[in-house]
Design a protein around this ligand. Structure first.
Ligand code: SF4
Length: 720
């Protein structure tokens, strides 16, 4: 019997990137065990139940192991050669007939957790020649990236220095379930417990008493969409009580007076009833935050995927800045990765061009996903006619999915790179499957950039690629090569030469014949921050399979500031302009129910619902309703409720809970697996559920960025 192979890697299913130990039998193609890696310096053995899902995905009989080509209403298995040729020729035909911008791409969330995809997608986009690109960013964190970019000139947000803070204010985030997002901090619960043991406090603001709120020192319900008012009222108190302190950064900040004037319009007594916190509670929060030895405010989906997402994200950083808690230990700090090599990044572009129909601005070359359907179904010059989706299921994750479904059906041509025949890929002409993450190496390109401790880790493959499947980066390279009439090796060499030139480094002669992401990573590391005293290379990471701890977060300001004024912009004009709508909102009122999302520990967007070990158990796709509201609606536990918005209507079983504030209902996302032509047998049986995005409104967007506003949608509820 062959000796099992043991590898140490990071689970890349979410941003926590927990260290795992994987044992496998490479000859038999079997993953034997997945356990937490106690030697991983970041996670110290912690994993959540989803880590086993990596094995579940690898073994899933529904997973595609051969490319598929559409023939009429069904699919036929094909070789990669034929499928890639057809994919390239179909896309080229659309380009020839209607121009390159008739093609659009959509990149799903798994791409940012896969180093190879991060490296090889940009050249594929260039090979297509189109500027139309969408991704999961604009149904998630775009507002935070944009506000950070407007304030600091960099799109990578600062992270809460959880392990050193004394006062942790969480708004609209549930890290006990999500394990942190826009921050890589595995085992969030342990970190919170340590905070409390050292006398620190956790305060949670959320319309639902979440799992995180359950362990908090204080929790306050807030009306969805009220976060910006709360933050402005806190700022108002800080100014009124002379509690402003810019600390070390006082000479590097501009716009403080503008913030003071703005906050004057939102005193606590004026916003209290609209948001659901009392004047006393708001003032008390402001005082506690400013008095703490160190404090940090952190927000996530509840603060970004809402109408005032960019404004709220901005005000969170303003609060941290004006209390001397930005770029300070225990406050909000920037990570320093091993692959970066300069303090000052070029600021990402914003609004250089706009979408055709709704005139939404691009950010870093990407448009908000909420506009994709109308860009396909609105006739006229420049209509999107072909789509390439990569590891994404927008028909379950984009707003107004019924409209998007009809739009996608009308495309001239569609290619999907995906593990599954799912709700979206079922409409493709060609589906190109790939390996699963255990079959390839990885590096946390994004995760390390938002880590709560500086860290670097290379994950080697735990089992060789099975069934001759290509890695996602190989599919991107093969497709790009066909589109450009070159070989994959030629494209890779061009990319590599360009990278070496931009990093001003000579390639290692031993690696000149290699191809693939690791060769590129080696250059990033060799020319990176930690390579100055002695070389920090791919070999360094290989010699440290549990990862390299690069120390606690360090101060990076003012060196990192990359705005055109060379100052931290406390009051960017674009955001001030959008505050007009904030003023209007404060005057308005509605007695309709307000919908918010939620997530479950055993679920990760849409693609884990097919893994039986995770999907088994009670139905999780329920409409949570406060018992008093349910009584008024004549609904009780288990009843089917009809939920209706401007764009659609769905049904879901009712779950009564006092965790929600009155007037708010909650339905999770990623469900709706009832389609007959998909190949997701587990999801259909165990967690079929309701697609909340049938009622998510594609016109209900964050004002500034166009990010989908999944939270705060007005709905009507009735009994079936
Ligand atoms: S929290 Fe769970 S899903 Fe996320 S990286 Fe850790 S083990 Fe994987």
């Amino acid at each position: 019997m062959a000796k099992p192979l043991t590898t140490y890697r990071s689970c890349n299913l979410c941003e926590a990137h927990c260290g795992i130990t994987v044992t496998s039998d490479p000859e038999e193609g079997i993953i034997e065990t997945i356990r937490g890696d106690i030697k991983d310096p970041m996670s110290k053995g912690y994993i959540c139940p989803k880590a086993y899902g990596l094995k579940g995905i690898y073994e899933d009989l529904d997973r595609l192991r051969t490319p598929l080509i559409r023939r009429g209403n069904s699919f036929e298995e094909a070789s990669y050669e034929d499928a890639l040729d057809l994919a390239a020729s179909g896309l080229m035909e659309v380009k020839r007939n209607f121009g390159a911008n008739a093609i659009s791409t959509y990149l799903g969330n798994p791409n940012i957790h896969d180093f190879g995809s991060m490296i090889y997608h940009p050249p594929l986009q260039r090979a297509l020649g189109t500027k139309w690109r969408f991704s999961a960013t604009s149904i998630d964190n775009l507002p935070k990236s944009l506000s950070t970019s407007l304030m600091f000139g960099t799109s990578t947000p600062a992270v809460p220095d959880i392990d050193r803070t004394d006062f942790f204010l969480i708004i609209g985030a549930n890290p006990i379930v999500s394990n942190g997002s826009l921050v890589t901090a595995p085992d969030f619960k342990r970190r919170i417990e340590s905070l409390q043991k050292r006398g620190g406090k956790l305060i949670v603001i959320d319309p639902r008493r979440t799992e995180t709120a359950d362990i908090a020192d204080m929790h306050f319900h807030i009306r969805p969409g009220g976060d910006a008012f709360l933050l402005l009222a806190i700022l108002n108190t800080l100014f009124a009580e002379d509690r402003i302190n810019l600390g070390r950064l006082k000479n590097h900040v501009c716009g403080l007076e503008t913030i003071e004037n703005l906050s004057r319009e939102f005193p606590p007594d004026k916003v209290a009833s609209a948001i659901g916190l009392s004047e006393f509670e708001i003032k008390d929060l402001a005082r506690r935050f400013s008095k703490a030895r160190s404090a940090v405010c952190y927000g996530r989906m509840g603060t970004t995927a809402q109408r005032f997402g960019t404004i709220t994200s901005w005000l969170i950083d303003v609060l941290n800045l004006v209390t001397a808690n930005f770029d300070e230990f225990g406050g909000s700090m920037f990570a320093k990765t091993a692959h970066e090599n300069t303090e000052r990044q070029r600021p990402p572009a914003f609004g250089r061009w706009r979408s055709r129909v709704s005139q939404l601005p691009e950010f870093a070359g990407e448009l908000p996903l909420a506009t994709l359907a109308e860009e396909i179904d609105t006739p006229g010059e420049g209509r999107v006619r072909a789509l390439l989706t990569i590891a994404g299921n927008p028909l379950l994750s984009a707003p107004n999915s019924a409209r998007l479904q009809e739009a996608i059906k009308s495309l001239d041509f569609m290619v999907s790179v995906d593990l599954y025949l799912n709700e979206t890929t079922q409409h493709a002409n060609v589906i190109l499957p790939t390996t699963t993450s255990l079959e390839r190496s990885n590096y946390g390109f994004v995760a390390h950039g938002q880590s709560t401790r500086n860290f670097a880790k290379l994950c080697m493959e735990s089992i060789p690629a099975q069934d001759n499947l290509l890695h996602p980066w190989q599919v991107a390279l093969e497709l790009g090569a066909r589109l450009r009439g070159q070989t994959p090796e030629e494209i890779d060499e061009e990319m590599f030469t360009q990278l070496c030139r931009s990093r001003n480094i000579k390639p290692d002669p031993d690696k000149t014949n290699l191809i693939g992401p690791e060769r590129h990573l080696d250059i990033f590391l060799r020319s990176g921050f930690y390579s100055s005293a002695e070389p920090f290379t791919l070999e360094t990471l290989k010699a440290n399979p549990h990862g390299v701890d690069l120390g606690a977060l360090m101060r990076r300001l003012p060196e990192m500031i990359a705005t055109s004024s060379a100052k931290i912009e406390l009051a960017p004009d674009i955001l001030l302009k959008d505050c007009d709508q904030l003023r209007e909102r404060l005057k308005s009122s509605s007695d309709r129910f307000v919908l918010i999302g939620r997530r479950h520990l055993r679920s990760n967007n849409s693609w884990f619902h097919n893994i039986r070990s995770l999907a088994k158990g009670p139905q999780r796709c329920t409409l949570q309703v406060h018992p008093e509201d349910a009584r008024a609606l004549k609904l009780t536990n288990g009843d089917l409720a009809i939920i209706e918005s401007r764009v659609g209507k769905v049904k879901a079983p009712v779950e009564l809970t006092e965790k929600l504030m009155r007037g708010v209902v909650s339905l999770p996302h990623g469900y709706g697996h009832g389609e007959t032509s998909t190949k997701l047998s587990g999801a259909k049986v165990f967690q079929s559920g309701t697609n909340v995005n049938v009622i998510s409104d594609d016109k209900w967007r964050d004002l500034t960025s166009g990010n989908a506003a999944f939270n705060g949608i007005f709905v009507s509820i009735s009994a079936q």
